[in-house]
Every structure is written in C-alpha cells, then in structure tokens.
Design a protein around this ligand. Sequence first.
Ligand code: ASP
Length: 413
Amino acid sequence: MAEKKSSVWGLPMQMLAGLILGVVVGAFVSADFAQTWLKPLGDLFIRLIRMVVVPLVFATLVAGAAGISDVSKLGRVAIKTLVIFMLTSAVSVIMGLLIANLIEPGVGVTLSTEGLKAAQVNAPSFVTTLLEIVPINPMEAFAKGSILQIIFFAVMFGFCLNMMGEKGKYIYDFFDVMGQIMIRMTNIVMHYAPIGVFGLMAAVVSQHGLAVLLPLGKLILSSFIATALLIIIIYIPWVKFWIRIPLSTYFKGIFEPWLIAFTTCSSAAAMAANLVAARRLGATNAIASFAVPLGNTINMNGTAVYMGVCAVFAAQIYGLDLSLQDQVIVVLTGVLAAIGTAGVPGAGLIMSTLVFTQIGIPLEVIALIAGVDRVLDMIRTSINVVGDSTTALAVTRMEGEFGTEPFDEGDNA
Ligand code: ASP
C-alpha cells in the first residue's frame, strides 16, 4: 500500500501535462498529421486498458466473493450489508444521472460519432439485457470480453469457491495473487496514460477545435454537486436518524480515512484507517471486519455517482440521446461497474468503458475524461471509502450491537 503513495502525485501531474500538451499541439498541427501520427499513441492506451479489464475484474471479484468469511455464520449480516451496498450504489448512479441531466456538462460540444465502432452498437431491449447477464458459455464471455457476463460468472464462482472451505484455499490464493498482479499491471498501464492522453487530446483538438475543452469544468462541477448531494440527502439523515450518532462525531471519526482516500485516490490504501474509524465510531469487530474489506472491493458509491455523470456527459458530447431505457441500463451497468472497480487510482475510468459500451458510446471519450480524471477520482474515492465504514455502523445498529464493544486503542498498532 505504502509503495503506491509515492507514485500517486507524479502521475496526475503528468496526465495533466499530457492533456495540456495535447491541446497545444492539437491546436497547431493538421488533423491529418494528428490522425496519422498522434492518435495511435492514444489508441495504444485504449488497447492497454481494455487488455487489463477482463482479467482484473474476474480475479478481484472471485477473490472478493470467496473472501467473505464463513457466509453461513454471517448470513444475516452479509445480506444486510449487501442490500445496503446495492441500494446505496444504485441511488448513487441515479444521483449522478439526475445532476448531469440538470447541469448538462456535455452540451455545447458535439463530437462526431461517424466511423467510431462503439457508436454502431444497437441497444438491446431491457429484458434481453437482463437475460444476457447470464453467459451460456463463460469461455465465450471471456473471449468476447462481455464484462457483465464475466462479473456474473465471477461472483457465482467466488461464492462456490467460498463454500469449498479449506479445499478451495489454493484456488483462492491463486485468484488473490492474480488480482494483485492485474492491479500492478493497471499501475504500469496508467504510467503510459500521460502519453495516451496527449495523443488522444491532440487528435480530438486538431479535429474539433478548442471548444471541446469547455465541458470539462462542468463535468467536475456535476460530479462534485452530485456527490455533495449524496452526502446531504442520503448520508447525513442516515447517520443522524438511523445510526444515531452526532454528525460532528461522525465527521471527525471518518476524517482520517477520508483524507487518505482523497489524497491517494485509492480505497485500498485507506482501508486500514477505515476499519479503525468504523470500530472507534461504534461498529463491532466482526461486523467492521466483514463490511469494510468487502465494501472496499465491491461498494463504491463515489464511483457509482461518476458512472452516472460520465454516461450523460459522454452521450451529450456525441450528441446521443439517452432514453429512459438507456438510463436504466446505466444504473444497472453502473452498479456492476462500480462493484468491479478495484480500489486503486484510475480504476473507475477503466470500468466506465463498460457503461459506455453498453449504451453505444464511442470509447474515445475517455481521452477527454482522463485529462481531469484525477480530480474526479479524488471526489469519488473519498465517498467510496466513507460508504464502507458507514455501512458497518448501520449494520451494527440494526443488529442492536452499537457501541457494545468499545474500541481498544491498543488494537490499532
Ligand atoms: N480510485 C477509486 C478507489 O480507489 C476507484 C475508481 O477509480 O473509481 O476507490
């Protein structure tokens, strides 16, 4: 975890530099030159992140699901925790959709979808979309990169692996290590991001002009407002009336994990502090140890908000209308994408491709988002982390065990 911190500050500055350089170069070179020589640099970035996504999602989800300790014993707690995770994630995507529909961050600039492959995907009916979450042949799902099907298979595989107990230990270790390998690969790929962002931005600006930059500020604003509203409308009443602790105690208690998440953009880096925060605020050891690590893998409310905001932003950029059905698909895939997002910097950007593909948005839009993704990542990671400890507190309250196990500061060694 500590090793990540050192590289974190360098990369965002490099990505921002790539963005600025891409804009400057794109404003001067001809569209032909940019298409021939600069865009391939960006295409390489897109290929690299697409290469990582299938094994990353599969390995992290299998290890995450299999890592739930003793489901039969913790059955009730597990169900409550999972229901809260799912509900808050869905509400988060909806909040992102609502605010982005109001602020319209992508309106005013239209990129052509002509010749871009993903734009030609026809949206299937809602029932078909639901049915197709279940793969007929998992190997086919892997070969085609059908992420929804892979996620479904991974969760079932993880639960069955869990049921194997000791016998499944080797396979669990395998996927656990595999997940770590893929996270390392993601980090390596993200180091190429500045060059990729440069190439993609130069190509976009040379083709469409500088006006494409205007929506980025509105994108950050939409993300910020949606997240702030999530806290005001959902979290604050939740803490005040359900968990029933003073707001000042709550904010003071979650400050440390929040700060780590905000500065490192990694839920994984903030997990230990988050566990301690949940315990200090009144969660029992068993519930905090279950909900916080599990949530670290699958509960990403901030990333879910981001999925909703980015989907609307991207559709507006390309002048595509998102029907109600499309927006329902965004909620569904947004929740699943947030579940599959690893707690490392930039993972949400990679996973957003899942939502975009599902509603037929060209993946090139991530070049625009990537340039400011660090700022968006700071906003979303903070809420990802806070959601986990807050869920642990809520489940402890529901179990009638709140504050029954005072935290021993000696445990925090
Ligand atoms: N950086 C986020 C996290 O660690 C994941 C994301 O990129 O959305 O929680």
